[in-house]
Ligand binder design. Structure first.
Ligand code: HEC
Ligand code: HEC
Length: 261
């Protein structure tokens, strides 16, 4: 009963979700939260929320980029986050708390967010809540249960080039090192497919491959791309492109070898 009233209140007050959540001691500012959303200073590895989540309706305003995470447009009204059941004892109290997981996990910031940052970010995520999402996100990763990742070898490298720049370039600029590591160019298709579906191990864990796959001590942080973010065909195309990139030229005689590609 209480749940129904809450649901009704949420329906009637789209932009004032906070009223039903636990009272805030300090007030959040959406404009400060927006700056946080775009700021790599929040983490320790150069990533910002914007690297992995859109803050607009991707369906209506496709900007061509393919991000690992789903858009957070309207996400504040999801019943809960990270696959948690809101009626079970340990749901996230609000979307800010669910976002802090990414700060710690992907942005490698163990101190997470301070209290002011948390409410500011939450205020922004509520502000971008005009198109409400009434359903929880179904967490899936597309990890191959057999662990073999066969069938990723018939991609089209020309399409793959476009897709690479839309999906991977932000962290692997031109397949070289950036936020992520330099990509090897000559591995089997399964090698790339595994990394993209399993990421830092969280994808393997969520996909039911291995409950212990994600080990925070490994220092890894590549996000997994689920099938509803990047299809198997798209992934095959990207793999074909990476494998078609010519290896870098050997260092010229007499010159110092380039540091790291
Ligand atoms: C390296 C990529 C990455 C970064 C950076 C990142 N996230 Fe995420 N985030 C993900 C992935 C992957 C998921 C899993 C769910 C999905 O597919 O959207 C997720 C899930 C979430 C969820 C739960 C969604 C749900 O409904 O279950 C929230 C909320 C969220 N992120 C907010 C944020 C915010 C805010 C930031 C910045 C402070 C951030 N994330 C930074 C990749 C990232
Ligand atoms: C948000 C940043 C990010 C994005 C986007 C990203 N990667 Fe990564 N990637 C990383 C990081 C960081 C690593 C280093 C290992 C780790 O931390 O998990 C990595 C490692 C890899 C590796 C392993 C390299 C090795 O030598 O073992 C492969 C392969 C890879 N990425 C492929 C891709 C492909 C293909 C895409 C696009 C579909 C992509 N990545 C998108 C961050 C990213």
């Amino acid at each position: 009963m209480k749940g129904q009233i809450l649901y009704l209140a949420l329906t009637l007050a789209p932009l004032a979700l906070g009223a039903q959540e636990e009272p805030e001691v300090i007030t959040g500012k959406a404009d400060a939260g927006r700056r946080l959303f775009y700021s790599a200073a929040l983490g320790t590895n150069g990533l910002s929320c914007a690297h992995c989540h859109a803050d607009f309706d991707e369906g209506a305003q496709d900007d061509g980029l393919i991000r690992a995470g789903h858009s957070l447009y309207g996400a504040a009204s999801r019943p809960n986050w990270w696959g948690r059941d809101p009626s079970k004892p340990d749901p996230y109290p609000n979307i800010g708390a669910a976002a802090a997981v990414c700060v710690e996990h992907f942005m490698r910031q163990p101190d997470r967010l301070n209290a002011q940052q948390l409410v500011d970010l939450r205020a922004y995520l509520r502000f971008i809540n005009r198109k409400q999402q009434r359903e929880s996100l179904v967490l899936s990763s597309g990890a191959d249960r057999t662990g073999e990742y066969l069938g990723y070898d018939a991609g089209n490298r020309l399409r793959g080039r476009e897709l690479f720049y839309a999906t991977c370039h932000s962290c692997h600029p031109n397949a070289r090192s950036g936020i992520g590591s330099a990509l090897p160019l000559d591995r089997e298709p399964a090698f790339y497919a595994r990394k993209v579906r399993e990421g830092d191990g969280l994808g393997a864990q969520i996909g039911g491959l291995d409950p212990n796959a994600y080990n925070p001590a490994s220092g890894q942080f590549m996000p997994f791309f689920a099938v509803d973010r990047l299809s198997n065909d798209q992934l095959s195309d990207i793999i074909a492109y990476i494998r078609s990139i010519p290896p870098p030229p050997p260092p010229a005689k007499g010159k110092a070898a380039p540091k790291k590609r």
